[in-house]
Write a new protein. Structure first.
Length: 185
């Protein structure tokens, strides 16, 4: 199941830079009212969803560790681990939902922008250091945890994941929409 096609690193770098520009543009243009407005299709505010979008890039570091470990073990071990994680979807969903509510109290918009740059710079440096063999290593994933997780993902897929996650959630933001929906907490 190894990815036989070489990963286009330049395309990933360009996508990261597009996300960086977009993220900063969103933060720079958002008023306090915009940030407090509810998003489309979630129970988060725009500020909470922006943090969740940043977290998608932060998560890559942990996912890479998992793939490096489980990618060296027999496939059955990785499949069993993915099944175990799928069984824990309910607590994962609760933490995933509650995390941004607390995180925005620590990470305001300015700190989110700084963190986004730092995380993206780290991902780009790490991607540049990966061998083609490393990029092709993979493991089974808990597909119930995220719509962008596939049953089997390579290290290369993990580097592409946060951009898919970012673009999906970007469409849910209501920054500047003026639809009047406010946070109900």
């Amino acid at each position: 199941m190894m990815n036989a096609i070489a990963m286009d690193r330049q395309a990933v770098y360009e996508d990261y830079e597009r996300a960086r520009r977009t993220f900063h543009q969103l933060l720079d243009s958002a008023s306090e009212t915009d940030l407090a407005r509810l998003t489309r299709g979630t129970k988060w505010t725009n500020e909470q969803l922006l943090w969740h979008m940043l977290f998608g890039y932060m998560l890559v570091r942990a996912l890479l560790v998992l793939v490096r470990v489980f990618g060296r073990l027999p496939r059955g071990v990785g499949k069993a681990f993915a099944r175990l994680l799928n069984a824990g979807t309910v607590p994962f969903d609760w933490v995933n939902h509650a995390g941004p509510r607390g995180a925005v109290k620590v990470f305001g918009p300015r700190r989110m922008g700084v963190a986004f740059d730092r995380v993206l710079d780290s991902r780009q440096r790490r991607l540049a250091a990966e061998s083609d063999g490393d990029l092709a290593r993979g493991m089974h994933f808990p597909v119930r945890w995220d719509p962008f997780f596939k049953d089997f993902m390579t290290v290369g897929d993990i580097y592409r994941y946060p951009n898919l996650h970012f673009d999906f959630h970007h469409r849910q933001l209501t920054l500047g929409s003026g639809d009047g929906r406010q946070r109900d907490e």
